[in-house]
Design a protein around this ligand. Structure first.
Ligand code: COA
Length: 248
């Protein structure tokens, strides 16, 4: 079914969508069985008031998707969070378009900010990677207590705490405008009319495109974290090396 979907910055007129959005966030988190920071309809409405949200809808006003901008440490860091697409509209590029729009909005509002996200979802990792984000350790993210408080409502919060906030099941990805500015303007050097391989560039691209490897790495990481966690709880279901091989 071909449907025209509008993706745009949300306004206060979109507040009637707020409850639908938070309900779907909760339902999706339950369905996936993964953790997520819970948000109230009031919080969503505030984001719409501030012009820090992106909404997707059909021409007849059916809600399709949402995402918002959060700033930390006075705009030094920005997160594009709460990405959600209504189940009926998934897998047709809506999330890609929403993330592109919210990314551009963030770049406009906070041109010097490092833009980051925490996610367990492969779709989000793919989208972020295409936008120029790279995987990082949690030490590269904001230290702002308010940001990390958002994790308290996640089912995996105990894991995050036990790891001293250095690691958890989510993969952290970050877009650094300073690093990007260094990479972008360099024209391709030519020697005798041939394109020259630039050290580092190929490696980066290969990683961005090789999602089966990325996926396996993420699952491996989650396996190790969960295994350690189960051990801590005294669970004897340790699958050891066999489980490790399975995940790799
Ligand atoms: C994650 C979510 C936003 C993706 O929305 P979507 O509109 O289906 O995503 P897109 O169609 O733009 O897909 C983007 C890419 O991810 C891939 N993808 C989509 N869903 C996927 C899935 N469940 N598993 C793996 N890859 C997936 C697509 O194939 C596409 O890859 P491509 O560019 O190589 O073709 C949506 O499934 C959702 O709302 N899930 C529940 C909430 C959630 O997980 N939010 C993220 C919290 S961080």
């Amino acid at each position: 079914l071909e449907q025209k979907i509008t993706v745009r910055v949300a306004t206060p007129d979109d507040k009637h969508f707020a409850e639908t959005i938070t309900n779907e966030m909760e339902e999706s988190a339950k369905a996936r069985g993964t953790g997520i920071a819970k948000r109230s309809p009031q919080y969503i409405e505030k984001k719409m008031d501030e012009g820090k949200a992106v909404i997707a809808h059909t021409p007849d006003g059916t809600w399709v998707g949402f995402c918002y901008v959060e700033a930390w440490e006075h705009g030094k860091y920005v997160a594009n969070s709460g990405l959600i697409v209504a189940p009926a509209f998934r897998k047709s590029g809506v999330a890609t378009e929403i993330k592109r729009t919210v990314f551009e909005l963030s770049r406009r509002m906070y041109p010097d900010a490092k833009i980051f996200g925490l996610t367990t979802g492969l779709a989000v990792m793919k989208i972020n990677s295409d936008l120029g984000y790279e995987p990082v350790t949690y030490s590269e993210l904001t230290n702002d207590e308010e940001f990390w408080k958002g994790c308290q409502s996640c089912v995996n919060f105990d894991i995050l705490t036990s790891k001293g906030r250095k690691n958890c099941l989510c993969t952290a990805m970050l877009y650094d405008p300073v690093e990007k500015a260094k990479q972008a303007p360099a024209p391709l050097p030519k020697i005798n009319g041939q394109r020259v391989h630039v050290a580092g560039e190929h490696h980066r691209r290969q990683f961005a495109n090789n999602f089966s490897l990325f996926d396996r790495w993420v699952r491996f990481k989650q396996f190790v974290l969960l295994k350690n966690w189960r051990k801590k709880l005294g669970d004897s279901q340790d699958k050891g090396i066999l489980g490790l091989l399975f995940f790799w």
